[in-house]
Design a protein around this ligand. Structure first.
Ligand code: GLY
Length: 313
């Protein structure tokens, strides 16, 4: 007989791990707070973890604060190119898209890919698929905000003198605010998802960790789920999400998160953050960037727990 307690629904949301400036911090906190409430509402009503994840990520894609959907960073030639993915812990099913330019909510398209017989669609093929299945597309200009036009100009100036090996990892402003979430529902089903515009000044065609199962996200009902944010190349090389979930076999969620981030730092000098949820609804998060926007909600809390240092000064 299964002696485990009944599943405890819970949701954990992130809005990026980087040197979030003081003036942008309140919006980052408010956004993850709003998103975790919306995701919790899905779970509280008995909804599925995957639907909660999609709800959260869509809200954050629509919020220009973050590097996902509207507000995405720009490639070095001035375009938005977005990646997104969702993973279902029941059967390890994954749906992912990369390098899409005209899809308003890439997480919607990732869910459609999950329903297809593919795992990952990129570029023009992904955009054609969006039109076939009726996922909303838009003028790419509708996704570009002034903040990112200015950031690209700064990036171009800095890039002229920077060591190319340091281009993303050691820039003072660091990577941008990829968004993501992990959740467990009343049925004990786990899910993970994320969405990003990538890293500022990336080459066109560059794909980061976010749409790659094992790197940017992982969900397995037997163990737990994780979603990552930060410098994608480091996350990809260590397989951060699956590393973190692997540690859950022997460690508590908080320890698993730290073990994974330390391993990334030691092995590949990565700079990133990870959120982790065990199958019993325990949470963990860790980051080696100056800040990470994180919010958590379960039925023991009356209000979401929004993590992270308050603005200095
Ligand atoms: N973590 C997002 C990216 O590197 O693309």
């Amino acid at each position: 007989m299964d002696k485990r307690p009944p599943p405890r629904p819970a949701i954990l949301v992130h809005g990026g791990a980087w040197a979030i400036p003081d003036e942008e911090w309140p919006a980052h906190r408010a956004g993850v707070d709003r998103a975790v409430r919306a995701g919790w509402d899905v779970l509280r009503r008995g909804g599925e973890a995957l639907d909660a994840i999609e709800t959260v990520v869509r809200l954050l894609e629509d919020d220009p604060t973050y590097d996902a959907g509207v507000g995405s960073v720009l490639t070095r030639d001035g375009h938005v190119e977005m990646d997104a993915a969702a993973m279902d812990g029941r059967d390890l099913r994954v749906g992912a898209v990369a390098c899409v330019r005209t899809v308003r909510n890439p997480i919607r398209l990732a869910r459609e890919v999950m329903r297809s017989d593919h795992v990952l669609l990129v570029g023009d093929g992904a955009e054609r698929f969006a039109r076939e299945v009726g996922v909303e597309t838009c003028d790419p200009a509708a996704l570009v905000v002034d903040r990112e036009r200015v950031r690209l100009e700064t990036w171009r100036r800095d890039a002229a003198t920077a060591d190319p090996r340091d281009a993303f990892q050691h820039r003072p402003d660091g990577p941008r605010g990829t968004v993501g979430a992990v959740a467990v529902d009343r049925g004990g089903n786990l899910a993970a998802g994320g969405s990003t515009g990538g890293t500022p000044g990336k080459r066109s065609g560059r794909v980061g960790d976010t749409p790659i199962a094992g790197a940017g996200l992982w969900a397995d009902n037997r163990v737990g789920a994780a979603a990552c944010t930060g410098w994608g190349e480091g996350i990809l090389r260590i397989g951060l999400a699956r590393t973190a979930v692997g540690h859950l076999r022997e460690a508590a969620a908080q320890d698993a998160a730290w073990l994974a981030v330390r391993e990334m730092e030691d092995r590949v000098s990565g700079r990133a953050g990870v959120i982790v949820l065990s199958r019993d609804g325990s949470l963990g998060y860790a980051f080696n960037t100056p800040r990470m926007a994180v919010a958590f909600m379960d039925e023991e809390l009356e209000e979401p727990f929004v993590i992270g240092p308050a603005p200095r000064g």
